[in-house]
Design a protein around this ligand. Sequence first.
Ligand code: FMN
Length: 191
Amino acid sequence: MTKILAFAGSTRDGSFNNAIVKVAAQGAKEAGAEVTLISLADYEMPIFNEDEEAEFGIPENALAFKALLMEHDGFLIASPEYNSSYPALLKNAIDWASRMSEGEKPLQAFKGKVAGIMAASAGGLGGLRVLVVLRMLLENIGMVVNPNQKAIAKVNTLLDDSGNVSDEKTIKQLKNLGKETAELARKLADK
Ligand SMILES: Cc1cc2nc3c(=O)[nH]c(=O)nc-3n(C[C@H](O)[C@H](O)[C@H](O)COP(=O)(O)O)c2cc1C
């Protein structure tokens, strides 16, 4: 079965990006994928520093996150847009996961896998600009990024009182992104 890992680049309580990635994850699940939804809050890592890596090795949480990436065929990533780019939290997790342990191939956690990317913001662009640079980053580390993507503008108006996406059109679009990404991952993993 195709395995999809879903996570947001935010650990904020009530994160909009966490709300949207949950819907995309549901779409992937409904398309028949096995989906694991995680929070980066459970994989807290120090800011990457080569000296510390040389002295202490790759931290346990970074190894656990990388192992999780390795187990999955594709990822659904919802990223906040911070100053037109991705947050340090997300980049730092990717940087740690890009480090090779003995016996691994370069960028093994990413290469040849599929990513579906999305963003949400209360602003009018919905984080569209972060998707440009996130796509570039993921492709540069060997991923195939679904040409479809979703930037959800004015996301605060599309949620219910519990912070879940309630707008039907948005739910449909996000689920479709999840489904498409799962199907692409299945084809690429030849499962
Ligand atoms: C440092 C910082 C920079 C931000 N820059 C942008 C931006 O460039 N574009 C945007 O739409 N929102 C920007 N925001 C607002 C975020 O979109 C907003 O905080 C969003 O809720 C974060 O995602 P989350 O809800 O998943 O935590 C910024 C927020 C912070 C803290």
